[in-house]
Structure formats: structure tokens, C-alpha cells
Design a protein around this ligand. Sequence first.
Ligand code: SF4
Length: 363
Amino acid sequence: MDKQFFTKQLLKWAKTVDRPMPWKGEKNPYFIWLSEIILQQTRVEQGLPYFLKFKKKYPTVHDLANAPEDEVMKLWEGLGYYSRARNLHFTAKNISENLGGEFPKTLDEILKLKGVGVYTAAAIASFAYDLPHAVVDGNVYRVLSRYFGIETPIDSTEGKKEFSSLANILLEKKKAAKYNQAIMDFGATQCTPKLTDCKRCFLKRNCQAFQNGKVFELPVKSKKIKKKTRHFNYLVLNVNGNVWVQKRTQKDIWQNLYEFPLIETETLLKKDVLSKHDIWDDLIGDFDYDIKHISTPFRQQLTHRTIIGTFLEIDLPSNFSIKKNTYIKVDRKNLSKFAFPKIIDLYLKDNSLNLYSMLQDLE
Ligand code: SF4
């Protein structure tokens, strides 16, 4: 297989492509790092407004380091994979406080940063400093496995080694940034997962997958991940327009985001069963309560699990309070100041309409 042909053709193609992105050609490692963290497991269209918001709000690594964590989480709200936001903040503090604000300049040093894996480190090293490290992301796996007809599973240790070594052989070492950008652009616009326009591809003559009718069989993945469903029953405990929220601090999804008191169950439960749950008893105890409304279930799809969220609006007397001090009492009007998971935002948006129309009905 002519590896030189592949690299040469790819770089030639890149000259004809106009895919403007605000981080393209960027040499400031802080902005490159920011964009790479935002774009991990996120589509460009979704990540772009977040990159612009972060860049504007925190123009230097010191600005990000000095921001309160809740503010960073709020700005990240809706983007998912919240551990990225926590690592982003942690790393900004580390760079600002321990490295004098200087971004590390070698691959090994960049790899030591929290939240930075092999792909992100290679991207920063090549884009910011033109260091000869090939990136291997989903686009690169797809393009290489198809063009070279490689059937080794990309999620196996063997596959990772094989693709990484091939990517580094193909890399045009003196033009690392350009080459890495070119192969990623090619995967994102031409050799795409579903709508692959092979007939018009300049590589089709040497492309093994095209020649052997295997385009949609590659790349190969060995593990099929089973999706789990979790049922979240949220208790929206109302006392004169106030409700209670708490921060999710446990090692689980949505760490450091806020939520209403939660009873997690294996299946969707009826209110009579829920009201006998230990957590219900701990929260409400002997207080008189009135379940005003039970929402229809909301759904949020995460990579490995589906979350079904149901919200119970429960009125309680004015002397009610939650004993546990992890809960914060909040005026409903101020809920928008907190960073919530998407499922709660969906409920609040829907619910605010209901409340609004209820108020109008009363007028
Ligand atoms: S011919 Fe099709 S599968 Fe092969 S590199 Fe081109 S777009 Fe990808």
C-alpha cells in the first residue's frame, strides 16, 4: 500500500477544502485545549457556541482558574459529560497556580494534565507547537480502517496500537498540524459514518473498503455496550413558592450538578409505593403532604444509559423543612441560577409554562 500516496493526496485535498472553525489555525494552546475538551464526545455544531462562550468569558487560563466552580458548571450546562467541566476547571487552576500560567510544551507534559488523554495531547502538541504527533480520533479510525482495509477492532488494545502506529507513519512530520487537521476534516466531511460519497472520492481507486464493498463494515468494534435504564423520581417539595435542591456529589453521572430530592428506583413506581420508600420517610416524615401533580416521564439518553425522570409536585405546610443540611431551600424564581442536568431543565421549562398558565387561570 502506497502510504506516501495517501498522505500526499490528503494534503492536496485539504487545500481545496474550506471548513472554517474558530479554533482552526489557532496557536494559543489554552484555546486549543479548551476547544478539544469541549469537542470530546460532542458534535462540532453543538460544541461551537460553548467554545465561543468560554473563550469570551474566560479569555485567559487565569480567568478560568479564578472562576467559581458553580459558574463554570452553569456555563457548561447542556453539554453533558460533566466530568470534563470539572477537569477543565481543575487543570486551569493547576496551570495558573503551579505552572505560572504556562501551558506545557511537550506531549509527555501535556499528557500529565487531568482530563487530557492521548488524542487530546497529540492535538494540542501538533496544533499549538507543530510537534510530530498524529491524532487518532473516531474520524481517523474510520478513514484508516477503510482505506487500508484494517479489520482489527478499534476498541481493542491491539487495534489501538496498530492504528496509532500507522497514523504516525502516515503523518507528514514537518506539517503535523496541517496533516492532522486534514485527516479529521476528511473523516468529518467525506469519509463519514453514514453518507459516504465514495464515487466522488479521490482515494477510491486505492481504497480497500471501497474496492471490496466493505465501506459500512469498517471500522470494526468488538464490544457492544448494553444500555441500562435508570428511573429517577424527583420530589419537588413546595412550601410557599420555595423548593429544595442539593448538589450531586457522589461518583456518578452529573457530579456537581444540582437536583431535587431523588428516589431512584429500578422501575417506574406508583405514588403509593413511592410514598412508603425510606427516602420519602426521611424527607417528609409525619408532615401532611398533598401531591399536586405528577409529570409525565421525561427521558434523557446518555451514552450507556437511559434516564427516565418523573417529577412529583408535593405541597407541604409552612413549618416543613428538610433536616439534612445538604439540601438548600430555594425560591422557585431563582432556580435558573443553578446548573441542572438536562432532564431537570426540560421539566422546568415545561413546568414553568404550566405554572404560568395556572397563574393566568387564577387572574
Ligand atoms: S472511497 Fe469511500 S471509504 Fe474509501 S476513503 Fe474514500 S470516502 Fe472513505
